[in-house]
Design a protein around this ligand. Structure first.
Ligand SMILES: N=C(N)NCCCC(=O)O
Ligand SMILES: [Zn+2]
Ligand SMILES: [Zn+2]
Length: 322
């Protein structure tokens, strides 16, 4: 979108009922309807990298369905994200479910294409494997990025069954490949049993700091966001959100649930506290609708993506005004 064009926003829900028509994220136009976008929301229906319950391949479309109720003004950030920047739904990246290596390559190439148009990415997973090719592409554009990783799990394990590309291993690969700025890596919401204490030692050696779900509970969202903001500074930032960072009460529809997680309110509050960070792209992954109830998980994921989109669109508008 050039600076003198008005973004095309969502379908007006006071004229066309929310539940009518095919779902795009937040009822926004499709990318092919607007040509180019400042923020492209794209689905990655891939879940061949999971170690337990499958089903995250259906996550993107479940999030789109649950996003029909989102409204255009976000009071928590005092912004109308879809008026500040052109946000559009870029559909799904078609990936091979039978060949993980090929899928990883396809995701990376598609992300390169989208980032090449000048768009920032708001990706809807898919399992957490997809964060690696997305990070490769983002780093190709911005250099090594700061990473904020919301998850019950570390996802810095080495291999499963000898496989290096899985949903438990993307961030170890990313560190090995030098695509992350190792002075600004944080996990948030970490909890649950590990394979051994060495998991934590290895993770720390890679440069990660950990804010456990209990830290969030004890210290509160504002203090946690302040600390994360200081660590990130003005580095280009990628945020990867595994919906299992939330407690299973707030996100039952996921493949590897762990008790004792954050509330959706805590997650949204932490994100709002990061509104001044230079967010270059983000993903929300691991929504597996077959285990969901009443769209609890996909509603939480849609609001999470809405908050991330708002942060990006505010920054795009600010940069344009300069
Ligand atoms: N990325 C997610 N959601 N889970 C990783 C769990 C890896 C394991 O089975 O130990
Ligand atoms: Zn996880
Ligand atoms: Zn994960």
């Amino acid at each position: 979108m050039s600076s003198n064009e008005t973004p095309r926003g969502p379908v007006d829900s006071s004229r066309v009922p929310r539940y009518a028509g095919p779902a795009t994220f937040a009822r926004l136009p499709r990318l092919d309807e607007v040509g180019t976008a400042d923020i492209a929301v794209v689905g990655v229906p891939f879940d061949s990298g999971v170690s337990y319950r499958p089903g995250a391949r259906f996550g993107g479309n479940a999030i789109r369905e649950a996003s029909r109720l989102l409204r255009p003004y976000n009071p928590a950030q005092d912004a109308s994200p879809f008026a500040l920047a052109q946000v559009a739904d870029g559909g799904d990246i078609a990936v091979n479910p039978f060949n993980i290596n090929e899928a990883v390559e396809t995701i990376e190439a598609a992300a390169d294409d989208l980032l090449g148009t000048g768009a920032r990415l708001m990706t809807l997973g898919g399992d957490h494997t997809i964060a690696l090719p997305l990070l490769r592409s983002v780093a190709r554009k911005h250099g090594p990025v700061a990473l904020l990783h919301f998850d019950a799990h570390l996802d810095t394990w080495d291999t499963y069954f000898g496989a290096e590309y899985t949903h438990g291993t993307p961030f170890r690969r990313a560190v090995e490949e030098g695509i992350l700025d190792t002075s600004a890596l944080s996990h948030v919401g970490t909890r649950g049993p590990l394979y051994g204490k060495q998991d934590l030692t290895d993770d720390e050696k890679m440069g990660f700091g950990i804010v456990t779900s209990s830290d969030v509970y004890r210290r509160g969202a504002d203090e946690v966001a302040d600390q994360l903001r200081q660590r990130i500074g003005d580095r280009p930032l990628y945020i990867s959100i595994d919906i299992d960072c939330l407690d299973p009460a707030h996100a039952p529809g996921t493949g590897t649930p762990e008790a004792g997680g954050m509330t959706s309110r805590e997650l949204l509050e932490i994100l709002r506290g990061l509104a001044s960070c230079n967010l270059v792209s983000a993903d929300v992954v691991e929504v597996a609708p077959a285990y969901d109830h009443a769209e609890i998980t996909s509603v939480a994921a849609s609001h999470t993506a809405y908050e991330l989109t708002t942060i990006m669109s505010r920054q795009i508008a600010e940069a344009r005004a300069k």
